[in-house]
Design a protein around this ligand. Sequence first.
Ligand SMILES: Cc1cc2nc3c(=O)[nH]c(=O)nc-3n(C[C@H](O)[C@H](O)[C@H](O)COP(=O)(O)OP(=O)(O)OC[C@H]3O[C@@H](n4cnc5c(N)ncnc54)[C@H](O)[C@@H]3O)c2cc1C
Ligand SMILES: NC(=O)c1ccc[n+]([C@@H]2O[C@H](COP(=O)([O-])OP(=O)(O)OC[C@H]3O[C@@H](n4cnc5c(N)ncnc54)[C@H](O)[C@@H]3O)[C@@H](O)[C@H]2O)c1
Length: 448
Amino acid sequence: MAFDYDLFVIGAGPGGLAAAKGAASYGVRVAVAEQENIGGTCVNRGCIPKKLIVYAGDFAKDNQMAHYYGWSECQRYFDWTLFMKSVHQHLEHINHSYYQQLQTAGVELIRERAIFVDAHTLDVNGRKVTADKILIAVGCLPAKPKIPGIEYAITSREMFHLPYLPKRLVIIGGGYIGTEFSSVMHAFGCEVTAIEKDAMILSGFDDDIRSGVQQGLSKRGIRFFTNSTVREITLSDDGLLLTTTGEFQETIATDTILIATGYTPNTKNLGLEKAKVELDKQGAIAVDAYNRTTQENIFAVGDCINRVQLTPVAKAEGIAFAHRVFGNKPQQIEYDYIPSAVFSRPEAAGVGMTEAKAREKFGESVKSYCHHFRPLLYQLTEDNEQATIKLVVNNDSQQVVGAHMVGEHAADIIQSLGVAIRQGITKQKLDETIGIHPTIAEEFLSLD
Ligand SMILES: Cc1cc2nc3c(=O)[nH]c(=O)nc-3n(C[C@H](O)[C@H](O)[C@H](O)COP(=O)(O)OP(=O)(O)OC[C@H]3O[C@@H](n4cnc5c(N)ncnc54)[C@H](O)[C@@H]3O)c2cc1C
Ligand SMILES: NC(=O)c1ccc[n+]([C@@H]2O[C@H](COP(=O)([O-])OP(=O)(O)OC[C@H]3O[C@@H](n4cnc5c(N)ncnc54)[C@H](O)[C@@H]3O)[C@@H](O)[C@H]2O)c1
């Protein structure tokens, strides 16, 4: 049978774009359908605008500390509306450059929603297109807990379109999104309360990192209601009223409520049943180790398979898919040693095993090296900001199996360290490495 395309990709986020460009490099006919802007969550309502907002927040702290470094006090006013206009202009540039990249690669972009008609046919706004192979890269959507009044709350998506900064903000969920927005919104002067159902924020990270970030944020003035959740949200004359349950039982008046309780695969109304593509127990698209779904010619990558919801992972899965299927180069993703970071202030990052995970695996042979210190930057100031660095080592093999950090440049430092750790560096080899002085990174090379 002659198909319109060799590959049809649904979704132009990091996963779909990487796969489409990778496949096209082998000379096959590729189309990608995108119902919104190119770049997906990452470019339009995730990593990029978030990081720009984090940079904007940093000026507040720098300004506070500037006089310790000889700068005279000055009054500054932060204009959220003006700033967000620049952010969205920048995102338009990225959208455009991604579009040009697709054109150069010879990928056809269809700016429509695509849904399955059968295993080889898609409906794009009433038009039927066929493809030999189809890649699902539709990403995730924010999960909304079933709480009475949840319709008054917004998600991270709307945070990038707030017309003005709220005075009071409550965040439900202390994961990546909750922690990053707590930090940055507080830097802009909002009164922030974060509610987390677990005993500490940032589950999945090493406990010393979780407590380091939580303490750092508490010190700045963010209120945490841990071991707690929300019972209901109502409207009142004083804004929204949110009642918590669990360890903290209070009613809080607030202007804005952000839900940050996780993202779930965006698999509804995609016609998956018509293509006989099945979901796993969590509602993610079920795939094998090679990203093949339960239908032989259909594959899936990125957030919608719910393995690791990070841009570099979606990209890596998309590239590996293209090389495997169109370049005949077998490639499998290694999910160990994926570094990740939380761009809060203090910043946190980690790679490899947490101490708890390493102890589960290696028992008593685990040795952890943890050092808390006050970075040089703060030593001229009255700010008692602390940094934490930690290595987790399997003493039997001497291999460093995890590195974790809280403090400035944590993401960049852990990214570099991750290369060596993934290659199996031993503690001794790390200690023998000569550092750059004076930096925070060099502290990792002399831990005892
Ligand atoms: C607030 C926030 C901050 C984040 N920060 C970071 C970060 O700092 N670092 C990091 O690594 N990750 C971060 N992430 C996660 C990152 O954005 C995702 O892991 C990444 O975007 C996943 O890529 P993807 O291609 O799988 O899906 P997405 O980027 O979600 O792209 C899927 C695309 O498919 C389109 N689509 C869906 N259905 C259809 C259809 N039927 N037809 C046509 N198009 C369709 C959607 O419109 C979307 O554009 C963040 C996420 C959020 C929400
Ligand atoms: N810097 C980054 O790389 C970055 C930034 C943002 C998002 N992301 C990605 O996006 C995904 C989604 O982020 P997220 O923060 O929404 O999810 P998350 O899974 O990181 O955190 C959700 C948090 O909400 C808590 N929670 C769940 N239900 C709750 C309830 N009813 N009441 C109180 N707390 C509740 C959970 O215990 C958890 O701590 C992340 O898993 C991550 O992969 C990455």
